[in-house]
Structure formats: C-alpha cells, structure tokens
Design a protein around this ligand. Structure first.
Ligand code: ATP
Length: 917
C-alpha cells in the first residue's frame, strides 16, 4: 500500500475508502489472507544474522582453544624433530578433539539460540484488531494494511496507521521523533509536508500508547513503516555480560596465564636439571608444556554451561515464568527483594462489591463473583427496599465503565477491568438486569494509575452530564456536594470527616474502595481534566478482592529464604495494610508509606524508609522507580513487578523486571526480563527457587570440572618436579617426561568428565536452597571456600595418581616392575576414576556424599558411561594406539579404584570438619 507519505493529509473518509475496509467490521479472513500474501508479515527484516560458518569459527576464538592450537603446533614440531616417521598421532588426536569440541559448542549454541527464539515467540508482542466484526488479539506480526487497530493505554503500536477515533489518545514517539513528551492524537488531517512529529492524525509502529483509547486504520506494515525505513534505529543493543559470564571468562584467562607461567617454570627447570643436549630431549620438554596446557583448560565447560542454562530456562517456562535471556536465570537466583503489585498478583482479582455507603446510610450487597444475583441487605442481613441513592451511584459506576460481564457456560466472568466488572454486576443486582439504556459518550477523561479516577460525559435531558469514579480519597477532594435523596447538599467539614471515616472503615476491612460522583456541564465546556471538580459525591463502594490462597505460603517461603517482600499498590493504605497483614507480608498495624509521603521524602529519607517499610500504598507508577533505586542503594538485588506503561522505567531499572503475562501491557512486557504467564506472585517465588537450584547446579559442575583441571595440572607439575622420586624416567634413562600424555588428559576433559558434569548441571539439589539467605551482590560464583575445596581435591588426585605411577615404575620411592606405558595407563585410570568419585563430592560443599547417595540416577548413569569409556580406552586396540594406553589387569584396576577413592574420603573429612565448625 505504502501511502503514508500522503495519508496524514487525507480525510478519514478518504483513508477508509482507500483501505477498503468497514471500520466497524474490520477486515474479513479472506481479505487478511490476500493482504498478507501481498504485503508480507508485519516484521522488520532480520538483520544479517551471523552465518553458520562464522558461528562455527567463533568456537575457536577463545584463548583456551588458541592454547590448544599452540599445543598442536608444538606436537607437530616435536614429531618433526623426532623424525621417526609415521603419523603425528598426538597432534591429530588433539586436533580431532578440538574440532569435536567446536562442533559440540556450535550445536549447543544453536540449541540455546533456538531456546531463546522459542521464548521470543512465546513473549512476542500482540495487537488488538477488529476482524470480521470481532475484536481479537493477534500476534503483532500478523497485522496487515487495512486492519482496524484498537489502541489502549499500554499498547505498543504495531503498525503505522491513520487515527479514525480518539478518546484522549496520547502516544510516546520519542523512539521515532526524539520528542520526549507524549503527543495527543486526533483524527485531524495535516499538511502533506508536515514533519513526522506533527502528524497528529497518524500513529507509528514502534511507539507506545501512554493514555486514552483510539482506533486506527493500518496503512503501512513491516519494512514499509516509518521505523522499517530507518531500521538502523533498532540496532540491537549488545547484551551486557552477567557476573557468571564474567567469572567464567576470568577463570579462562587466569588459567591461560597460569598455564604459561607454570609451563615456563617447568620447562625451564627440567631443561636446567636434565641438561637438554639432544633434539629428542627438547621434544620431551616441549611435550610436557603441551600436557600442561591441555590439563589446565576446561574444554568441556562452555558447552556444559550453555546446556544447563538452556535447560534451566525451559524448566522456568514449565513453571509459567518466561525469561527472555539465558543469563537472567542467575539474577533470579540471587534476588533479595521482591517488590510486587497487590491487585491480581497477590490477590485473585475476582472482585465483588460487598458494601455500599451513601449519604443516608450503609448497606451490604449479597452474592459472590461476577454473578449478577444478589441484593441489598441491611446491617442485620434483612433485605432492603431498593434505594434511590444506591441505584443512582451504581448507575454511574456502570456507565463510567469500559468492562463487560458475560456468562460463559453458566459462569459469569469479567471482560476488561475486574474492578469495573464488579460494578456492573452490582448495578445489575440492584437494578434488576444487566442492560443499560444506551447512551452515547460525548467524551471521556481516561483512567490512569497516576490519576486514579476517570470520567465519561453523556448526554441526558439535552445536557452534558459528567460521570466520575475513582479512588475515594482522591475524589472527595474534588467534590463540593453530596447527594441526599435526589438533592445535592453542600458538603460540610463535618460531613467530609464522616466520609473519611467511612472510607477508612471500608479500607480497614481489606476492601478495595471506589467512589462515584457526577456533575452537570455547560454545553460548550471542553471535556478534559478541568471538569473533574465541583462534583456531587454519590457514594462509595467497598469491593472484596480476596488474596490468592497459596500466596501466604509463598510469602513465608520467601521470608525463610531471606528475601524481602514489598507490596507496592495503588490501593488505599488501609486496604493495603490489611491485605499485607492477612498474607503475612507485614505485621498487623505496621507502617505504610503513601505515594504523597514518598513524594515529600528526599532520596536519603527514602533509603531509610525502604530499609524497614514493606507496604507502599496510593503510589503512582513513577514512585516505583525511586523505590527500586533506594533498595538497590542498600545492595539489594531487586525483582519488581509491573503491568502498566508507566511501570516500564522501574521494570528496566530493577535487576529483574517482571511483567504480567495476562494483564500486562505490551510496553511493560518489552521492558521486563521475565514475564509471568499467570500473573501469580507464587510463580515469582517458584522461579526464584528454580533460579537458585540452577545456580547451585552451576556451582556443582564448576567445582567438579575445575577440580579435575587442578588435579591434572598438579599431576603434570608435581610429576615433573618430583620425577626422580617417583622413578619417572624415559627409556634413555635421564630425560624427564610427562607423567600423562596430552591426549590422555584431553580424553578426561572432553569425554569422561562431560557426562557427570551434565548430570550435576541438571541435578535436583538436595540442600534446602530456600532455607538460606540470598547470595550477596558482590559474592563470587567461585568463592574462596570453593577454591580451597578445588585445590584440596586436585592435590589429592595428583598425589593418588603419582603414587600409582611410582608403584608401577622401577626406581623411585616404591619400586615397581612395569614398563612406562603400563604404569602410565594405571595412573591415567586413577585420575579418571578419581573424577568419578569426585562427582559424588561435588554436589555440595558441606553435605556428605553418602546422604542421598542414590538419589540422583542420572549422575549414576553418567558415572557408568564414563567408567565404560575408560574400560574401552584401556582395552580396545585402536584406542590404545591413539591414547598411548595398554591393557591392565584386574589387580591394577582394583588398585586404581582404591587410590581414586581417596578423593571421596578426603573430601568427606573436609566436609565433616566444616560441618563441625
Ligand atoms: P496494584 O498497583 O497493586 O495493582 P491497584 O490495581 O489497586 O493496585 P490501580 O489500578 O492503580 O492500583 O488503582 C488505584 C486506585 O484507583 C484504586 O484503588 C481505585 O480506587 C482506583 N481505580 C482503579 N481502577 C479504576 C477505574 N477503572 N476507574 C476509576 N478508578 C479506578
């Protein structure tokens, strides 16, 4: 279609005509199919994605892999110097393994990408359109030119279009025009050459609705839209590394440096000690360097890490928590404060009007849910004659209303805002039916969480009448009269105080409160916020919104886990306090800070306040950002829920912004890192628990893999340094050789280690993770305790391996009679089996491996797989050739197993000592 260059200058009729659509019916299914074929999906063309080849090559970019390339080069050099003919087996095996690693890494990265893409689809933006006469939600990518787009506060505008209806529609266009203030949209045509920012009759894809409502005929979609044409604007922002990624990188760099230092020292000392006189001596020294390099690099780690994170994200999704990025899993696990909305998140959001207060008295309303069955009763439960004041007040509540109630299979449900639906049901109960005389709206001033009120203007008896409803404390200030019987009577100070008592009474009973008021307008008075004063108060309704039953337990669980729960609500302070007490967020009667109070506080005062106050009421979304900042300045890792457009800044600023999947606006979903598919607070706590579990597992396999590397490095290092003591001599007698071959070490790192590491990564943790405080912000993933554990286990492995070697070899402290290959195979087997024993250790830093020893069948299966692999490498001919092994006998296997088990006993001793202290 591409007509946006002119559409803004056309009359609505002309636009509608050109679009070929009836604005009240929208497009038909056939039209849509046809247009989609013509215009394509409403998507911006993907930027050049990294080609598969590049992604594959990227696998070789890590410094650790470069180190391995160095090892290959040195092996080839050694082979050439040796000049013995045959193949450079070492170099080939290392090369094959490096290649294999890259393939696995590549496959994993693609899998992780796919997982993220699947999540993207689940959290893809949606749009509301009219199709075949029905208003439906569809994925934004399916919008076509000619669609009638329905816009409401919080919607992301899905395509460019011409406004055909506007009720106070305001749109933030900063992304497109740089204009920071929202722009009011009307149906007016403007000059053909008007700048983008001046086209008030148009809305543009990529902007968002900050207020009001409207309808738009879509003119351009996808790359034809204004953003499409300046697609560079949407250049993806680089994702920042998370602490975990940084730490893994740091491990890599530290290892790289350590290897170079250790290798230099080892090579220098051996060269000095054994006086390198021949080429073959030089070769041996170089090969030691290769073994060391290979030993220090945790080749399998990156692949295991990305698999574990991807699986974690899927687990979270199963719990109805959709995180948008793999790395958020980690943040989730370290959350120390959860700031949550009340309505719908902590409460069921199934609202029922139960109390009504008018000028002449109070009444109760019977019935439950949205079912319009029930009636007025007095304080003693006796039915009351219908009450003029009540009917008048609820009539306003029902007209100043955008919701509907519908009976689906005999059950009445709310369509739209539950609070408004409750008022509709209440009106039906007192007026005897859900029908309202049709009145056309002359205009409206929409609701927003900051204004906490809304007004619609209708025509009655030839005059304009404004019907207002909103938070009673806000509305009372704007009322000058109250309705007594049929007559407005001036509100005295005394009556005002009385009303305030009534409102407090309702709120104190945990009821959500809503006041109704009205006034007559002059016919030519413009309809805007200015009309919301001099109102006549009709009455106040008390609406019950019961807490979700499971929330109390979830709050208790969060508290036990050292996580603070803060309620931030737009509701009345007394309602908030009461609900908070009911579900255990705060002790009864505890302090509540209100939005206006918060407004008056300096940043420092606010920091003091958030340190103790856990209930904030009558807050506007803007206040949430300040609360987040204040909590963060106390080093809290803040998770914050939100649903409205104005919540977006707070969601972005929070460590973990959480949007509501059902009631959330597109803008809030965009700003959040996690989306709650069911809007339920319980899900947040479950997600934190899952986040902690995943993090715990990451620690387990890091502990496991890094101890393995420590063991290997120490084996090579100590083996070379203490070569004389263990009888490690080459055939020539005096040259120093590596205790293990580089290929053997690679075998461990890439094959026998991988399965147990993965099993640890998907373990169901035994430790009660929700019984301990959250990780402090600055805590390392690999902390000092873990480092010491890794060092101790590594040293034990190295000693056990070297003792086995010494036992086999002639000479040294213990005299043996095996040849070098046999002794080496025995030592190699000790090291591999030691890893498998260590897999049992690695599940916890403190808890004995024997507790729940059999609780993880996956781990046992992984251990079995690795053990079989080791049997194969020792007993299968061609593997013998590739890995320099020879078959060993049962006695040697037994001995190796016994030596290897030492890591288990040593670690048990350490854990026991740790538990005692
Ligand atoms: P939370 O922030 O926990 O979700 P909330 O839903 O009560 O709390 P808002 O929706 O911002 O917060 O509502 C704030 C107040 O505005 C309510 O207590 C109510 O008195 C009033 N209010 C809510 N919905 C409407 C509405 N549709 N029309 C007029 N006033 C409303």
């Amino acid at each position: 279609m591409h007509q946006s260059s002119a559409t803004h200058a056309l009359d609505i009729e002309a636009v509608v005509g050109a679009a070929g659509v009836d604005p009240s019916l929208g497009l038909s299914e056939a039209d849509v199919v046809d247009r989609r074929a013509r215009f394509g999906p409403n998507e911006l063309a993907e930027r050049e994605t990294t080609s598969r080849w590049l992604l594959f090559l990227e696998q070789f970019r890590s410094p650790l892999v470069l180190l391995l390339f160095g090892a290959i080069a040195i092996s080839v050099l050694a082979w050439a110097l040796e000049d013995e003919g045959g193949l450079p087996v070492d170099a080939i095996v290392i090369a094959v393994i490096v290649l294999l690693n890259a393939v696995i890494g590549f496959a994993q990265e693609r899998r992780a990408d796919d997982a993220v893409a699947a999540l993207r689809r689940m959290t893809a933006p949606e749009a509301t359109v009219v199709r075949d006469g029905d208003t439906v939600r569809i994925p934004a990518s399916e919008v076509v030119p000619g669609d009638v787009l329905v816009l409401a506060e919080g919607d992301a505008v899905a395509a460019d279009g011409r406004v055909i209806e506007s009720a106070g529609l305001r749109v933030a266009e900063a992304a497109l025009t740089g204009e920071s203030q929202p722009v009011a949209k009307t149906t007016a045509a403007v000059d053909a050459d008007a700048a983008l920012g001046d086209r008030v009759g148009m809305v543009f894809s990529g902007t968002s609705v900050t207020g009001g409502r409207g309808r738009v005929i879509v003119t351009d979609t996808g790359m034809e839209s204004e953003v499409g044409r300046i697609a560079t604007l949407l250049e993806d922002t680089e994702e920042l590394d998370t602490p975990l990624q940084r730490e893994v990188d740091l491990v890599g760099r530290t290892l790289g440096i350590a290897v170079i230092v250790v290798a230099t020292v080892v090579i220098a000392t051996t060269a000095a000690l054994s006086d390198v006189s021949s080429v073959s001596d030089l070769v041996d020294v170089l090969l030691i360097g290769v073994s060391l390099a290979v030993a220090a690099v945790p080749e399998g780690l990156p692949a295991v890490l990305s698999i574990v994170l991807a699986i974690g994200v899927q687990r979270l999704a199963r719990r109805r928590a959709l995180v948008k990025r793999l790395a958020s899993v980690e943040t989730l696990g370290s959350a120390s404060t959860i700031c949550t909305d009340k309505t719908g998140t902590l409460t069921k959001s199934e609202m029922t009007v139960v109390r009504l207060v008018t000028a002449t008295g109070a009444a109760a309303l019977t019935g439950s849910g949205y079912d319009p069955v029930g009636g007025l009763v007095d304080a003693d439960g006796h039915p009351r004659a219908d009450d003029r004041e009540v009917i008048r007040m609820l009539g306003v509540g029902a007209r100043c209303n955008d919701a509907a109630i519908r009976s689906v299979e005999g059950r009445w449900t709310a369509v739209g805002d539950p609070t408004e639906a409750a008022l509709l049901s209440a009106f039906a109960k007192v007026a005897g039916g859900i029908g309202l005389d049709p009145t056309e709206r002359q205009g409206e001033v929409p609701f927003s969480s900051s204004r906490k009120r809304m007004t619609v203007v209708i025509e009655e008896e030839g005059r304009h009448r404004a019907l207002t409803k909103g938070a009673p404390d806000v509305l009372l200030d704007r009322c000058t009269h109250e309705l007594v019987g049929d007559e407005p009577v001036l509100l005295t100070a005394e009556r005002r105080a009385r009303w305030n008592d009534e409102i407090d009474g309702l709120a104190g009973a945990a009821l959500r409160t809503m006041a109704m008021a009205e006034r007559w307008l002059d016919p030519d008075q413009p309809i805007d916020e200015e009309i919301e004063h001099d109102l006549v108060l009709l009455g106040v309704a008390g609406i019950i919104d019961p807490p979700r039953p499971e929330v109390t337990d979830a709050v208790a669980e969060a508290h036990a886990a050292g996580i603070g729960v803060v309620m931030i609500t737009g509701d009345h302070p007394a309602t908030a306090r009461e609900i908070a007490a009911q579900i255990g967020i705060a002790a009864p009667g505890s302090r509540v800070v209100t939005g206006p109070e918060l407004e008056a506080m300096s940043d420092d005062d606010l920091v003091d306040a958030v340190a103790e106050v856990v209930v904030f009421a009558r807050v506007a979304p803007e206040h949430k950002l300040r609360i987040v900042r204040a909590l963060q300045s106390l080093d809290r890792v803040v998770a914050m829920t939100g649903d409205g457009v104005n919540d977006a800044p707070a969601l972005k600023a929070a460590d973990m912004g959480i949007a509501m999947g059902i009631t959330g606006t597109e803008v809030s979903k965009d700003a959040a890192r996690m989306i709650l598919a069911d809007d339920d607070f319980t899900t947040i706590v479950a997600a934190v628990r899952e986040g902690r579990a995943i993090f715990h597992n990451i620690q387990s396999f890091l502990r496991y893999l890094l101890s393995s590397n420590a063991g290997e490095v120490l084996t090579v290092f100590l083996g070379v340094v203490a070569a004389g003591a263990i009888g490690l001599r080459g055939a020539g007698g005096d040259e120093v050789i590596a205790p293990l071959l580089a290929t053997q070490i690679l075998w461990i790192n890439l094959l026998t280690d991988t399965a147990p590491a993965l099993a640890l990564g998907v373990d169901r943790p035994q430790d009660d993770l929700m019984a301990r405080p959250p990780r402090a912000g600055g805590d390392r993933v690999i902390d000092a305790v873990m480092q010491r554990g890794i060092g101790l286990v590594g040293l034990t492995m190295a000693v056990a391996t070297l003792v086995m070697l010494d036992l086999g070899l002639p000479g040294g402290l213990i005299d043996g009679d095996e040849d070098l290959d046999t002794a080496r195979t025995g030592a190699f087997t000790v090291l591999v089996l030691a890893q498998l024993f260590n897999a049992l250790n690695a599940r916890s830093e403190d808890r004995s491996a024997f507790e729940g020893l059999l609780a993880n069948p996956t781990l046992w299966a992984a251990i079995a797989v690795s053990a079989v692999l080791q049997v194969l490498v020792v007993h299968v001919g061609f593997l013998n050739d590739a890995f320099g092994t020879v078959p060993i006998d049962a006695g040697q296997w037994l001995l190796a197993t016994a030596f290897a088990s030492s890591v288990l006993w040593v670690a048990e001793l350490r854990k026991w000592l740790r538990r005692r202290s």
